[in-house]
Design a binder for this molecule. Structure first.
Ligand SMILES: [Zn+2]
Ligand SMILES: [Zn+2]
Length: 365
């Protein structure tokens, strides 16, 4: 299908500016490339805001192998529907709609994986890794995986972009944890993902304990109005029995009902198992480089559930967006309004761990 076959293309240019990663370890270049033509079931989005995720840094550092290059980066964003493929309107979208754009793209809707959820498609693609991403003025998106957004008055779309990777990832973990009010949950890893998990868990009525080895990240989890962590524990230098003792001290003598590991650090996983009470749940979000040391005897003796949570589906993402907006839990974003050409500087800041000011967002205004 060419752009000329698609409705409402009059204002769409033939070319656009895009941030392209050409090879591992090299900065993105800002290339002029053709505006994509939406496929049969695709939306053409005019991008409004795209935020930088740690996975982007992984791509540009070569963690996904040399085969991904060249690639337009970016996988969490908000855009406006500029045109639709002929089969896309049946998903309820029209020109001018605001859409949340996640990493997932190109579900076949026919394979056995898709029968469990489109996010499990055997041939699913990931934006910014093996499908062109959102650090571009336009992007084509699978309409079956697009998230409809009704932005409240006065909420800039930049605030919403991080919901569509960071937000939905931790929300999905909390849904899988089946967290109940009055339970105590610990979030291990108090970076951007962990801070969002703390906010959501507290809003769900849980008592939240944040664990990390970095004081400044832990402090960011606290909120004077009760919307943050009830307790923070710096785990640096603590032995496993000492950490259990600290948790019991702040939790009425008890261990945890639930624990979400947002970091990929192996010691975080090793520390997590002894902290969970009988019938507790451990949710794995962060992916360590090697196997996780876990004793099946320990899990079975205490009826502990060890649950993976990495890929949120569309329905979970919609529930996340609803909860985020209704409870005013929008992710913290960097006060500076970045332009596409600032992307390499943003990547350098993230590599240096300078993320305390919030998610960095490129605005396409
Ligand atoms: Zn991401
Ligand atoms: Zn499929």
């Amino acid at each position: 299908m060419s752009l000329d076959d698609v409705d409402n293309v009059s204002a769409i240019p033939k070319t656009m500016k895009a941030a392209v990663y050409h090879q591992a370890g090299h900065p993105a270049t800002f290339d002029t490339v053709p505006v994509p033509s939406p496929g049969e079931r695709e939306l053409l989005l005019k991008m409004r805001a795209t935020s930088l995720c740690h996975s982007d840094v992984g791509v540009i550092s070569g963690e996904y192998g040399p085969g991904v290059f060249p690639i337009i980066g970016g996988h969490e964003a908000v855009g406006i529907v500029a045109a639709l493929g002929h089969g896309a309107s049946s998903y309820g979208f029209k020109v001018g709609d605001v859409v949340g754009a996640t990493a997932w793209h190109g579900a076949c809707l026919e394979c056995s994986g898709c029968s469990y959820g489109k996010q499990y498609c055997d041939t699913l693609k990931a934006k910014g890794i093996n499908a062109p991403g959102y650090f571009a003025e336009y992007c084509a998106l699978d309409a079956s995986l697009a998230i409809p957004v009704t932005p409240p008055d006065g909420v800039p779309l930049e605030r919403l972009a991080p919901v569509f990777c960071a937000g939905i990832t931790v929300w999905d973990a909390l849904e899988r944890a089946k967290i109940r009010p009055a339970e105590t949950i610990a979030i291990i890893g108090a970076g951007g993902l962990g801070q969002l998990a703390v906010k959501y868990a507290a809003a769900l009525g849980a008592t939240v304990i944040a664990l990390d080895v970095r004081d400044e990240q832990l402090e960011a989890c606290k909120a004077p109005d009760g919307t943050g962590a009830s307790h923070i524990i710096n785990t640096s230098g603590l032995t496993s029995p000492e950490l259990c003792k600290r948790v019991r001290e702040v939790n009425g003598g008890k261990l945890l009902n639930c624990l979400i590991v947002t970091t990929g650090a192996l010691p975080a996983y090793a520390a997590s198992f002894p902290l969970v009470a009988p019938e507790g749940r451990i949710i794995a979000v962060g992916v360590p480089p090697g196997p996780i040391p876990v004793s099946a005897a320990y899990l079975s003796r205490n009826n502990i559930s060890f649950i993976g949570a990495k890929i949120a589906g569309t329905e979970s993402a919609i529930r996340c967006l609803d909860f985020t907006l209704s409870r005013n839990l929008l992710p913290k974003i960097h006060p500076r309004q970045f332009k596409l050409e600032d992307l390499n500087e943003m990547i350098d800041l993230m590599k240096a761990g300078k993320v305390e000011n919030g998610r960095m967002v490129v605005s396409f205004k």
